[in-house]
Design a protein around this ligand. Structure first.
Ligand SMILES: O=C(O)C(=O)CO
Length: 266
């Protein structure tokens, strides 16, 4: 089983740059991050510090989110955000540069919240163009753009797998890119009332990435009621070969107890 530790939501007791080493010390070889900087184009020195934290820890960066705005303040992406288009575009090269240097190939582009002053159509129009630009930008390093339905953000319009798949189909049809895929976060899908089992049956082989957390609570596997083990196993049977992102909230002390139990029992 290949897990990747989401170091933006886990190990948060530690400074960000210490988290990759802590993930390694906990027995993992791969990490993923939400955009770890304040701006779309951070200083080179900031980027180097981030990259060194990962390479020095001896872990692989498997996924990186594009700049998504002020996430603690409620922002959930720049992709459809009218007024921040140039920031998103400028971010693409920075993301691809980090990906190139660290051999990371998966880049999550959060769609963005609805803005009251624009129609959904206007925002979707922009999103389709921005997603195509992102896909073209990471294509040069063999990268894939991921699109994720998210819960807990009242104005975020992609709630189900189908919502995201429709956007993906439109981007492909209008721009001809092929390197854009669904990020199936089983927690978000379940919270939003999607039929996760059906999503797996119909789309597992096309998932660009899987992330997990249990529900209720967005905690570690086993803290809630979701059949995460079964869903992962079925996704694998149906052809999903990628990492499983551990994107849940849990104190560092107990964050990976379930994985240790799993290793011992296997
Ligand atoms: O905003 C969230 O909860 C996410 O999962 C972002 O990737």
């Amino acid at each position: 089983m290949t897990y990747t530790v989401n170091c933006s939501i886990l190990l948060t007791e530690l400074p960000l740059l210490e988290r990759p080493a802590a993930a390694k010390a906990a027995g993992f070889d791969a990490v993923e991050f939400w955009w770890p900087f304040e701006t779309s184009v951070p200083a080179d020195s900031e980027i180097t510090k981030f990259e060194n934290a990962i390479t020095d820890a001896g872990v692989q960066l498997t996924g990186l989110n594009f700049n998504a705005g002020n996430m603690p303040g409620g922002d959930r992406g720049l992709v459809s955000w009218k007024g921040r288009c140039s920031e998103f575009k400028d971010n693409i090269d920075v993301v691809a540069g980090i990906g190139e240097r660290l051999c990371c190939k998966a880049f999550n582009a959060l769609y963005g919240n609805r803005q009251d002053e624009f129609t959904p159509e206007e925002q979707d129009e922009l999103a389709v163009k921005n997603l195509a630009a992102a896909a073209e930008g990471v294509a040069r390093i063999g990268g894939t753009v991921l699109l994720e339905p998210v819960s807990g953000a009242p104005k975020y319009p992609l709630l189900t797998a189908d919502d995201a798949l429709k956007v993906i189909a439109r981007v492909k049809a209008e721009s001809g890119v092929d390197n854009i895929k669904l990020l199936a976060d089983f927690y978000h899908l379940a919270v939003n009332g999607d039929d996760v089992q059906a999503v797996i049956e119909n789309h597992a082989k096309d998932f660009g990435h899987i992330q997990i957390a249990d529900n209720p609570g967005r905690g570690a596997p086993g803290t809630g009621t979701l059949p995460l083990g079964e869903w992962i196993a079925r996704s694998r049977e149906l052809g999903y070969e990628g990492y499983i992102g551990l994107e849940y909230k849990e104190p560092q002390e107990t964050a990976f107890s379930w994985a240790i139990r799993e290793r011992v029992s296997n």
